[in-house]
Design a protein around this ligand. Structure first.
Ligand code: HEC
Length: 110
């Protein structure tokens, strides 16, 4: 079944309104990523031990649950999505740190 156009427009507008009211603090996210050791396994544009952050952002483009999925992966670890090397858990990050990191990863372009 096709949605009527007016409904699609309403859904689009709701998606826009759901966007964060203030811009993501990318500088704070980079500092946090450095301090948390993310860059020992990741780079923005190339695969290191883990996938490039840009590859991750591409994979989740258009997925409205992406930030929540990534926050969980960062906290609990992840395996089998990109290759054979697993990511260890990062259990000491606070919920707000996880939120910032996952939202920021999704903005990274190659
Ligand atoms: C010891 C190496 C290592 C460290 C440290 C590391 N990662 Fe990863 N990361 C990986 C690997 C390997 C994968 C791919 C896992 C897979 O295939 O499922 C990955 C995957 C990811 C994903 C994708 C998860 C998904 O569900 O698609 C995100 C996001 C991510 N890392 C962010 C981070 C952040 C943020 C940090 C710092 C807090 C970090 N990583 C630290 C190795 C690492």
């Amino acid at each position: 079944m096709r949605f009527p156009l007016s409904l699609s427009v309403a859904i689009g507008a709701a998606a826009l309104l759901g966007a964060p009211a203030h811009a993501l603090d990318a500088a704070a996210a980079v500092e946090l990523a450095k301090a948390s050791g993310c860059y020992s396994c990741h780079a923005n544009a190339e695969k290191v031990v883990g996938p490039a952050f840009a590859t991750i952002a591409e994979r989740y483009a258009g997925d409205k649950d992406a930030a929540a999925t990534l926050a969980q992966s960062i906290q609990n670890g992840s395996k089998g999505k990109y290759g054979r090397i697993p990511m260890p858990p990062h259990a000491s990050l606070s919920p707000s740190d996880l939120k910032l990191l996952s939202a920021w990863v999704l903005t990274i372009k190659p």
